[in-house]
Design a protein around this ligand. Structure first.
Ligand SMILES: [Zn+2]
Ligand SMILES: [Zn+2]
Length: 255
């Protein structure tokens, strides 16, 4: 698998960090993990093969994770590169995704789900295995963030594994979910003294990484307060027991 970070930021506008989006090239096709409003631009900037996007995972319905579905589907509806496309685009999430997409589609009669190619909308149940793409197995796990928020575990055709937490509060079960994965992508919205329960701060993120014992971990979803600290020095205060990578827009990783 190859991962490209499209957005390492949050909903707070930032000059260097777009909001959430990760492009994943897997043995089964191209998967987008979350789709913030900046994702269509960021896919083009990274020269990714966006007309051959196969599946989109939507972790939850905060706009910094799903608002890009509107401009993306408005574009794919009319763009020349998609007119001859026959293969389906699969949009996957949990309870409420169909309703959200129908509502997006009905706004101003945009009819975003009427595309030149089939659009499959899939609502999955937590902890039930499914193929997000042929040969790429996925499992979702409920996270304490919003009613519909879920993390996802992916196993590629070659056996490589990845967990993407998306936004989450502190929840030890996510360490079991991510146990031993090749890459654990974990949110770390705050540095310390977090003012809300529904996100993580650094000490909690490192605790979860230590328990999960992944091959590598990547922290993401940074609030602007991270601008005032050194990521390396922050990590060095703990002992995460594996490499912990700072997500930056445009970073690519072979998994
Ligand atoms: Zn978010
Ligand atoms: Zn959120």
């Amino acid at each position: 698998m190859k991962l490209t970070v499209l957005g390492s930021g949050s909903s707070v506008p930032h000059p260097a960090r777009s909001s959430s989006g990760f492009w994943l090239e897997s043995g089964g096709g191209n998967i987008l993990l979350d789709c913030s409003a900046s994702v269509p631009l960021r896919m083009a900037q990274e020269k990714l093969d966006w007309p051959n996007l196969d599946a989109i995972w939507i972790s939850h319905f905060h706009l910094d994770h799903c608002a890009g579905l509107l401009p993306l589907l408005a574009g794919t509806k009319h763009v020349e590169a998609m007119k001859t496309r026959k293969k389906p685009l699969r949009i996957v999430g949990t309870n409420g995704l169909k309703k959200l997409l129908d509502e997006f589609s009905e706004v101003n009669n945009y009819r975003l789900l009427e595309q030149p190619f089939p659009v499959e909308v899939l609502e999955v149940e937590a902890l039930e295995k499914f193929d997000i793409l042929p040969g790429v197995e996925a499992v979702a796990m409920k996270t304490p963030h919003t009613d519909e928020s879920h993390a996802i575990h992916l196993t590629d055709i070659g056996g490589k594994t990845l967990v993407y937490s998306a936004d989450t509060g502190f929840h030890e079960a996510i360490s079991v979910f991510a146990n031993g994965v090749d890459l654990f992508i974990l949110e770390c919205t705050y540095v310390r003294n977090k003012p809300v329960k529904k996100h993580l701060e650094l000490a909690e993120a490192i605790f979860l990484i230590r328990k999960a014992n992944p091959k590598r971990a990547m922290l993401t979803h940074f609030y602007p307060e991270w601008d005032d600290v050194s990521f390396k020095e922050g990590i060095a205060k703990f002992d995460p027991r594996c490499e912990v990578i700072e997500a930056t827009d445009g970073l690519t990783l072979e998994i």
